[in-house]
Write a protein that binds this ligand. Structure first.
Ligand code: SAM
Length: 342
């Protein structure tokens, strides 16, 4: 069944908020899209942003005059009005149709609507709101099944008793930001290795935030969608900020360069002046998992010599210290974990 909502009488100056809510209710309660009579790029943009973050392929179109649109609609037109028939008397009849255009007004709607509509439907014969009327109509139309809809967005909210739990789809973020397949594959490999290292360290009774490691590892190279130079750590942090990710994750991304870039090296590399060395256990694990991952996993010795050639002795020695530190926290040489991965 295709369900499209038509919003009549949108006034840019007065209705921005309520029309946005009509659109959000349409999306959340399983309609396929919304068409609005008045052109309003602001509403288009804010609804598209929600769709981008929270998912599905809901469409929005504004600046579409009703006469032509209703005339061309191939299906039934349901006009929601307090003057209509009781919803419980007509809903079963409406459900039999495949294409349904649900019309809601703002102030007064033209008289013709009552004639053109196949069904004038009242959600109780009292005046209330287009937002409420639409939500309840869609609830009846879907027999409450809108609740089961899967949205597959970048962000998914996990129901919980208290507080807020958000799950992110990191691969989707990499794709939306335009990372190529090689970068995505590398990020997934770093994610796997970083998790293994973190689990070994956690087993030794050391507290490690695994979910921050998962996020930081998957997104550590998201800045490569903008540049493959060292500035990708800054660009990556910027992108993470745009998605409202926690500081802990932003810092993992910003501090993953080599085995740590101090302020002196940062200056030479043209980075904004500050110390980019990994400080927390999570930052260290992701930075080192990245050192040991190229297109394949590699052991410390190989990573050491490659870094020495590329960035010099000082950088390579930092890598040695990081490897030794994490190996001692894990209680085994990290190379053994690399071996298990290969
Ligand atoms: N006099 C208007 C009417 O025809 O219902 C009320 C205007 S109301 C502020 C804006 C919109 O909310 C209406 O165009 C209608 O789509 C919807 N609406 C309000 N109360 C409703 C009800 N009881 N049943 C169905 N729709 C309602």
């Amino acid at each position: 069944m295709v369900v499209v909502v038509y919003r009549y009488g949108h006034r840019i100056s007065r209705d921005k908020r309520i029309t946005t809510h009509v659109a959000l209710v349409a999306r959340a309660f399983n309609a396929d899209g919304i068409v609005i009579d008045t052109k309003d790029e602001g509403i288009e943009e804010s609804v598209k942003k929600v769709v981008e973050k929270f998912g599905n392929d809901f469409f929005i179109k504004t600046g579409v005059p009703w006469k032509k649109f209703f005339g061309e609609w191939k299906g039934k037109i349901v006009h929601l009005t307090m003057y209509g028939e009781r919803i419980d008397n007509v809903i079963n009849e409406i459900k039999k149709h495949d294409n349904i255009l649900v019309v809601v007004g703002s102030e007064k709607v033209p008289r013709e609507f009552y004639e053109i509509a196949d069904y004038n439907v009242a959600i109780g014969n009292q005046p209330h709101s287009e937002v409420a009327a639409l939500a309840i109509f869609l609830h009846f139309l879907t027999d409450g099944k809108w609740l089961e809809k899967k949205f597959d967005g970048i962000m998914e909210i996990e129901p919980c008793k208290k507080g807020k739990k958000i799950r992110y789809n990191y691969e989707k973020i990499l794709r939306i930001e335009g990372c190529n397949e090689a970068v995505i594959k590398h990020c997934k490999m770093v994610y796997e290795l970083a998790r293994r290292i973190a689990e070994r360290i956690a087993k030794n009774g050391i507290s490690v935030d695994i979910s921050a490691i998962e996020a930081g590892a998957m997104l550590h190279d998201v800045g490569r969608s903008k540049t493959h130079g060292i500035m990708h750590i800054i660009e990556g942090a910027k992108i993470a900020r745009k998605y409202g990710l926690p500081k802990k994750i932003i810092d993992i991304i910003e501090h993953h360069g080599g085995a740590g870039i101090d302020s002196e090296e940062a200056k030479k590399l043209g980075l904004p002046p500050k110390d980019y060395s990994p400080r927390t256990i999570e930052e260290m694990i992701v930075a080192h998992a990245d050192n040991l991952t190229n297109t394949k996993y590699r052991k410390f010795r190989q990573a050491y010599y490659e870094l020495k050639m590329k960035a010099g002795e000082k950088a390579a020695e930092k890598l040695r210290r990081l490897h030794e530190k994490l190996s001692s926290l894990a209680g085994i040489d990290i190379d053994e974990i690399v071996d298990e991965m290969r």
